[in-house]
Ligand binder design. Structure first.
Ligand SMILES: [Zn+2]
Length: 202
């Protein structure tokens, strides 16, 4: 049976374990008996398993010791090229991370203050071109803002202890979906149902 109580020696954190659900009883065991635990991962070098909330907060805040820029946001051992290819705001340390956040926030409030109108002077064609550029830039900005909002919301759910649980049905969101969409709020079924409901309302 797969429901036997886990022991520290037999801890299994391979991907397959997460395919169906998050193994909460394994994390409870770790928090109880080995809150900082080295795991010899089959897929690579391995990793430290930090399972207590206060320790996690300390690790996240100490970006000098625990960098997000050196591939630590992935379990796999990444080479330089792979690290460069997956650079997103999640894979950045301060000050770059905070600078980007600041830039986006600044730009956002400027847009809100002045509206979305282009300042481009000149003839009608120039103005039209300026508007297209503004639109593209604003679309990109909106994507960043939406991503940031989703990350903040996911962080809040993690702090409250229900990250990875579907907001609608309460069931664990399968790991495959969380890997593709780490900030997913719902399981695929509930998300599809919700989108259908919204579509029907218009
Ligand atoms: Zn669901």
């Amino acid at each position: 049976m797969s429901t036997t109580e886990p022991t520290l020696d037999g801890i299994d954190l391979e991907n397959d374990v997460f395919a169906e659900r998050i193994p909460h009883e394994t994390f409870a065991l770790l928090r109880r008996e080995a809150p900082v635990h080295w795991y010899d991962w089959k897929g690579g070098t391995g990793f430290w398993c930090v399972t207590k909330h206060a320790d996690l907060v300390a690790v996240h805040k100490d970006t000098e010791t625990f960098s997000s820029e050196t591939g630590a946001t992935a379990l796999e051992d990444l080479d330089e090229e792979q690290i460069a290819a997956r650079k997103s705001m999640l894979d950045m340390d301060p000050p770059r991370h905070d600078e980007l956040r600041g830039l986006i926030a600044e730009r956002r409030s400027a847009l809100e203050t002045h509206g979305l109108a282009s300042d481009v002077a000149g003839d009608e064609a120039d103005r039209a071109f300026g508007r297209v550029c503004d639109t593209i830039e604003n679309d990109l900005l909106d994507l960043h803002l939406a991503e940031m909002a989703r990350i903040e919301a996911a962080r809040a759910r993690a702090a409250e202890g229900h990250y990875g649980l579907c907001a609608d049905c309460g069931e664990p969101i399968p790991l495959g979906r969380l890997q593709a969409h780490p900030t997913a709020l719902r399981c695929a079924e509930c998300q599809a149902r919700r989108e259908k409901l919204f579509a029907a309302a218009f």
